[in-house]
Design a protein around this ligand. Sequence first.
Ligand code: MCA
Ligand code: AMP
Length: 505
Amino acid sequence: MSDNLYDLFQARFRQYRDKPAFILTEGTSWSYGALDDLAARFAALLGTHGVRPGDRVVMQVDKSVGAVACYLACLRVGAIIIPLNTAYTDAEVAYFLEDAAPRIFICRPEKYADFQPLVARLGVAHLKILGPEPGAHWWADALATPPQERIEPRSKDDLAAILYTSGTTGKPKGAMLSHDNLASNALTLLDYWAFEEGDVLLHALPIFHVHGLFVALHTAFLNGSTVIFLEKFDVSLVRRHLKKATILMGVPTFYSRLLDDPGFGRADCEGMRLFISGSAPMTAQLHRAFEERTGHCILERYGMTETGMITSNPYDGARLAGTVGYALPGIAVRIADEAGTLLGAGETGVVEVKGPNVFKGYWRMAEKTAEEFRADGYFITGDVGHLDEDGRLTLEGRAKDLIISGGLNIYPKEIEACLDALPGVRESAVIGLPDADFGEAVAAVIVPEGGEELSEEGVRAAVAEKLARFKHPKVYYFVDELPRNSMGKVQKNLLRQRYGTSPAA
Ligand code: MCA
Ligand code: AMP
């Protein structure tokens, strides 16, 4: 018996052959049968390009049905998909290609020429182009290739995907996710969130992260649900399509932006069954304001790239603002102090998790992997919180130096390394400041070299070459020195206090 995740999908795709899998904004639709066929054609194409089970396929492309089909094709042939954020700069992409050593890199049409020399230098066998339209490049090649029906047998622990997450060291780590990691989490959520016949998912998330690619699409596929597939989140687009949907999954910024539109309200949500939020903390205030305006109580859940979804508020039962609910069935959650001593109900510590959802380690980083697991197999999340007597989890902060902006993780260390390398910068500290739209916004505090004239414009331009736009500091402060404790460690809490209420932030 094979444990290939695609076998699970295909059973549903065949059952719902003629039903729309995707409806695009301009009205085009793709049936489940057509999606299965397209995935089989891309699978054949991967095969003719020498992709074998275990090979990596890196993809940095815009959101499209073709991109989803490429992902599904990788599952079919047992290749490991590595989706990359389209915001990553060429310098960032170079790191991922070098680390992942893929057989194929699939890029956007406009980036082909830029990537050719890089791919040649790194020895990546093929550079392919995938645009959002079916008629060209790799997508057209797939349509011209006879489908390959075979689905490569996989065992539970075989890898399906590697998703890069940055780290406190500043060096991105590839979280290795197996077929069973993905399948077990999707089946659990399908049941826990009570997916039902007739559910329609409004999909406005990017498809290069766990939230948009796995949580949202996998549950929809396993339910045979139609997905209204938006290019990106946009308030008016969402409002236009919400009336035809029953489920929306989003980051808190989606919900605060909807509320910022005074016209948004109950009438938009008439057919809706469920609003789900995650990837970043949702304030209790936002949760309540949404319920007051729409009559819908958002279901908040908590997860990580390394683990998929860990806890969720209940579908039936109290969805409490400011809490992330209970450990999902089959998943164990506990709280421990930094030394690993277990803490009791009500005591605050680091969240640890164990279960079939937990990843297989970081790609080619055995030491780093070992550091983040306890001897009894629990993964140390780095999130700080407490459990109630009845097992409900409330998150209170993070032990890791991490900023979450609009649902995207940003590690200060990576930006500090970039700033510190600039001429004229003696040192820097990067912090997250409260932001009404993104939850947190990146701020950089820079100490220039003595006597140097440092222009903010120059620093911004230099950063733009190296780092993806969402990581760019929204605000810069230039100071003579950074506050340090007696151990010499920069006191970021003091910086957050000092600048947290600044009008510039
Ligand atoms: C865009 N910008 C951002 C962000 N997004 N800056 C900081 N944080 C961001 N998240 C930049 C843009 O480059 C632009 O820069 C400026 O901010 C304003 O862009 P805007 O048009 O407002 O942004 P947008 O294109 O509307 O995007 C905002 C967004 C998007 C819709 C919130 O970031 C988004 O879809 N976020 C979801 C991310 C996600 O899927 N996270 C799940 C991770 P400039 O003005 O300089 O041009 S998975 C996960 O966390 C775990 C598993 C979990 O639990 O789910
Ligand atoms: P990522 O590495 O992108 O998978 O982000 C995972 C991190 O997002 C977690 O470690 C948490 O810090 C955060 N996160 C996810 N969901 C929630 C939530 N509902 N509330 C607070 N933080 C969350």
